[in-house]
Write a protein that binds this ligand. Sequence first.
Ligand code: TRP
Length: 335
Amino acid sequence: MERKNVLSCIQPTGDIHLGNYLGAVKNWVDLQEKYDCTYGVVDYHAMTMPYKAEDLRKNTWKMVFQLLACGIKPENLFIQSLVPEHAELCWVLGNVCSFGELTRMTQFKDKSEQVKDTDKDAFISSGLFYYPVLQAADILIYHADYVPVGKDQIQHLELSRNIAQRFNHQFGKEYFTHPEPLLTKSAKIMSLANPLKKMSKSLGEKHYVNIFGEEARIRKQVKSAVTDTGDNPEGEMSAGVSNLFGLLIATNRQEAHDSLMEQYNAGSLRYSDLKGEVAEGLVALCSPIKERYDEVYADRKNIKRVIKQSSAEIRKRAAQTLAEVKEIAGIMNPR
Ligand code: TRP
């Protein structure tokens, strides 16, 4: 049987932290067994928010190194700006996407407010407004069957499906595949410092675990994890403790989880024991990833060449789609 196509992309805006890893990237790695996977580091998308040119290129490579360290296969990985067909397809698709549809995208509202929060006179680019069309191009150009995404991207994926449908309808040809979201039950990891909030870099340094960081820092962060937030009704587990138990599951420490849970239920659990196990689990999870990162980084010159090559290979598929699209839509192909 033919393998289905999976596609997903990540913006090169900072490091992969524990929440991203357990919530998304680990899943991407595992999907490579069962599907034909294509993963992109989408630097064109990162241009939609204020940024510095020298940082963007550096962060794009850093994201590539980190993904490889996590276990993404180099042949499945591309850098978006090395496949310029995405941008050209985006233009074509913009014409089968209505202005009204784009105005309904909630992420645009959130992100433009985020920009205004940092500076009330800040510049909101039309790129930010148009970005869901580029995302549709990312997905449709590889005829993706499945797109592993978080809940926050469901609306964009829905838009991609509508765009595919409208293109097919307008030109009277069942050309584009209708991509489906792949919502696997992956862990939702909360901040250790404020377990009522999802782990995120934007909350600040102490809120996220850097999986490429020093072991001592990981241990220290777990030690100072907030356990009682006073948010829980009588007899219910607090968000902080529940997050720590969740981390035991996510780091494959089922046995420790079960025995500590028994202690919790008996009212005899010592948080220091729970934290000790979580710290062991996280260190065991992160140290091979950090080790691989250091290897990849030491070999970065060669790795950059490899990823340019894989991007060139992936580009052939994108170019094929674009040529067909231009044919269908009545525009010219150079050859
Ligand atoms: N918009 C996604 C995000 O902000 C990133 C993204 C861009 C993406 N293109 C994509 C995700 C295509 C899945 C498929 O996280």
